[in-house]
Write a protein that binds this ligand. Structure first.
Ligand SMILES: [Zn+2]
Ligand SMILES: [Zn+2]
Length: 171
């Protein structure tokens, strides 16, 4: 495949020639869709990776930051909400990777796509808010309290009903 179609595959031949050498790299390309609960990174989103690559004993250490857009809905008012996540990544690539610890150094290339995917999945916000003090929907009539007030009884009324739920009636 051409480099353009695999934006997160990096050629590290230059680093492998000299142990201890390092360089910065920036990768950018489309990825997705990725989704956790109701928060997702839409298909084809542009993901950016700022990397520092370092050649160590028979391997490559990749350390950096993944930046990706996400979209979801506010957990209180259900309005669309979106943002940008930043994830830190740190991986070691070796010609003979240790299962669950290091990844494959494939000849002179490393593939960061699985690393980037995992980082995004871990950091997608599970219960985003449109803003910290979002008032949410009225539990009784459903209006958005960020936009309008309503005449419904205040939340203290709910406590009385909660008490009734514990009652049982004899036949
Ligand atoms: Zn909200
Ligand atoms: Zn209401």
């Amino acid at each position: 495949m051409s480099p353009a179609r695999r934006p997160f595959v990096v050629n590290v031949a230059d680093l492998l020639r000299r142990a201890g050498s390092s360089r910065e790299d920036a990768l950018e390309g489309p990825l997705g869709p990725l989704e956790v609960v109701d928060t997702r990174m839409p298909a084809g989103s542009t993901v950016r990776v700022e990397l520092r690559l370092e050649s160590v004993n028979e391997g490559i250490v990749a350390k950096g930051t993944v930046t990706a857009p996400w979209a979801g809905e506010c957990r209180r008012c259900l309005e669309p909400v979106h943002g940008t996540l930043r994830s830190e990544v740190l991986e070691v690539f070796e010609a003979e990777p240790k299962e669950g610890e290091t990844l494959l150094l494939d000849g002179v290339t490393i593939d960061l796509e699985p690393v980037v995917r995992e980082a995004i999945l871990l950091d997608l916000p599970l219960a985003p808010l449109c803003r910290e003090d979002c008032a949410g929907l009225c539990p009784t009539c459903g209006v958005n309290h960020d936009e309008v007030a309503c005449e419904c009884a205040p939340p203290t009324a709910d406590l009385r009903w909660a008490g009734l739920e514990g009652l049982t009636f004899e036949e």
